[in-house]
Design a protein around this ligand. Structure first.
Ligand code: HEM
Ligand code: HEM
Length: 420
């Protein structure tokens, strides 16, 4: 039986392979240049630059895997040359593929094992997960990323030198990576200009804010379980009509100024890391509240917060917060806030001055809140801004404010019912 002769190798690369070669070449050069810029940019630009670097890097990883799959399946021109020349071409080409896969992988490991994890939202749209790896992988990954990415310019130089050699010899090699309609000289000039343009864009191009706050992957802090260690009665809806009293109209009723905090109350905070907001809540806290609008001089609040209950939607980051550089909960388990100087600012809006004890430091703190009171139920919502450094929260490498600004916003919603 006559066997079918093998198909002759094509004269040039497949159109898709050519497209991916030039697209990936441009992306790699852009990405390298952007990588060099990561250290220099500051503030929100830094965050934008990292989100862009991660987005382009993961795109490179996915396109390179596709390129490799096509290389193994699509017909391609026969390997050129003999002996050492052929081997050198193979080494350089496979080294390129190695960098195209392992440089992005090492970058992904760096961000997955960083002390403070910043979520990745590819191009502001697609949440990208962190690899489940221990922190011990971080330093080797940084080293691998540096070595792999710095090999790129060396390989490009060798590759372009080889193409120049083939151009001078006027053989068919340079034309194999250009579409048939392109003259080889125009192709090479266009290719080099394309890489020059992407290098310039990476070094000094715009850093668009890819972070879509609408699609923020920062997990909503988990719903608070009952923050109180004791059971509480069901809370009437704040909109409900006041419950009718059994007392005769006009009778004097002694109204209690003590309030019991109800489930649904929330104590949260917002810090920033590299321009990105990080929202957290304290899951365990309690407060004793004395408040009668017509007796402000005797109003008071005393709250105790279990600092280890801070939850930001990322277990590793929470572990960090509990650690010696931040709250140091092994030494300072609780934060305490007490205030008694209440003032009416305008109807329904109050300020209270008091003292916050945190991380072994006492500082005056003023809170401002609105109060909606309906019968025996009340909702207070307020906030304050704290200087974390004034309390010594964030030491060593975390004391610098370019990555983590000093100001941390604290917000609270307290739902309470009047105690009998
Ligand atoms: C970051 C820049 C670049 C990368 C990563 C890159 C990568 C590669 C890879 C991996 C191959 C092997 C294709 C295969 O057999 O699967 C290849 C082939 C080729 N590249 Fe590049 N390249 C880059 C820049 C350039 C430039 C600037 C030129 C032209 C001036 C060029 C011209 C060619 C040519 C002509 C081939 C075909 C070689 C052959 O058929 O043996 N490349 N390139
Ligand atoms: C082929 C793709 C990539 C290239 C060419 C590249 C290039 C670079 C370069 C040149 C640097 C600066 C290195 C230095 O100054 O020593 C850098 C840093 C960095 N890259 Fe990439 N990168 C790539 C992919 C990624 C990906 C996918 C990620 C994350 C998902 C990433 C995350 C990082 C991080 C976190 C740093 C800072 C590392 C440090 O702490 O020193 N990179 N990259």
């Amino acid at each position: 039986m006559a066997s079918t002769p093998p198909k002759p190798a094509p004269a040039r690369y497949h159109g898709v392979a050519i497209l991916l070669h030039w697209l990936l070449a441009g992306l790699l050069v852009y990405q390298f240049a952007l990588g060099l810029r990561l250290d220099a940019v500051t503030g929100t630009d830094k965050f934008a630059a990292f989100q862009l670097h991660k987005s382009i890097g993961i795109t490179i990883l996915l396109l390179s895997l596709a390129r490799l799959a096509l290389r193994l399946t699509l017909p391609r021109p026969a390997e050129f040359g003999q002996g050492a020349q052929k081997l050198a071409a193979q080494v350089v080409h496979w080294a390129f593929y190695g960098i195209m896969v392992f440089a992005p992988l090492s970058g992904w490991i760096i961000v997955s094992t960083a002390k403070l994890k910043v979520p990745t939202l590819l191009f502001g749209v697609v949440p990208w997960p962190h690899l489940p790896l221990p922190p011990a992988f971080n330093q080797p990954a940084v080293l691998a990323h540096t070595v792999l990415t710095w090999s790129l310019p060396a390989l490009i130089a060798l590759h372009v030198a080889a193409v120049t050699y083939h151009l001078r010899k006027r053989d068919e090699v340079p034309g194999r990576m250009f579409p048939a309609a392109t003259s080889v000289v125009a192709g090479v000039i266009g290719g080099v200009a394309w890489l020059g343009l992407t290098a310039a864009l990476g070094l000094s191009g715009p850093l668009p804010d890819l972070w879509s706050h609408k699609a923020s992957p920062v997990a909503e802090p988990p719903k608070l379980p009952n923050p109180l260690p004791y059971p509480t009665p069901a809370m009437p809806s704040p909109n409900a009509e006041p419950a009718p009293t059994e007392t005769a109209p006009g009778a004097e009723v002694a109204v209690s100024c003590d309030w019991t905090v109800q489930p649904g109350s929330k104590l949260g905070f917002t810090a920033h890391y590299g321009g990105e907001p990080i929202n957290g809540t304290f899951r365990k806290w309690q407060a004793r509240i004395k408040f009668c609008a017509d007796d402000l001089p005797h109003a008071s609040i005393a709250a105790t917060v279990t600092l280890a209950s801070a939850a930001t939607g990322d277990a590793d980051r929470d572990e960090n917060l509990r650690g010696a550089s931040f709250f140091d909960t092994a030494q300072f388990a609780q934060g305490r806030f007490s205030a008694s100087g209440f003032k009416l600012l305008e109807p329904g809006r109050y300020a209270a001055s008091g003292k916050l004890s945190l991380h072994g430091v006492d500082r005056p703190v003023r809170i401002v809140f609105t109060l909606v009171q309906r019968g025996a139920a009340a909702t207070a919502q307020g906030s304050t801004s704290l200087s974390r450094l004034a309390f010594g929260v964030g030491s060593d490498e975390w004391a610098a404010t370019d990555q983590i600004p000093d100001a941390v916003a604290v917000q609270f919603t307290i739902r309470a019912v009047r105690a009998n």
